[in-house]
Design a protein around this ligand. Structure first.
Ligand SMILES: [Zn+2]
Length: 89
């Protein structure tokens, strides 16, 4: 699995028309630099959402939760990993 930072969708950038973004504010952001350098940066998530990176969060944990963006989960391959884990466990 590639390395992903966790981004929190910025409320001021939420589109009035996009459904569900308020309920799934956590997105995966490709981590091209060390997480501590990315902390607080505003970056584009995998799904194209504008997010602010929370360096203390782990995508594998946050993304698997109910508030993780489904599109980012799919694009990052996390959905597949979660399915594998639940099958194994
Ligand atoms: Zn997303």
């Amino acid at each position: 699995m590639e390395s992903y930072a966790v981004g929190f969708a910025r409320p001021d950038r939420w589109s009035q028309n996009s459904q569900g973004s308020a309920r799934t504010p956590w997105h995966a952001v490709p981590a091209l630099r060390p997480l501590r350098e990315l902390d607080g940066e505003v970056e584009l998530a995998l799904c194209g959402a504008i997010t602010q990176i929370w360096g203390g969060q782990q995508w594998s944990r946050v993304g698997a939760g109910r508030t993780g963006c489904a599109e980012c989960r799919r694009l990052s391959g996390l959905a597949f990993e979660v399915a594998q884990l639940s099958r194994a466990g």
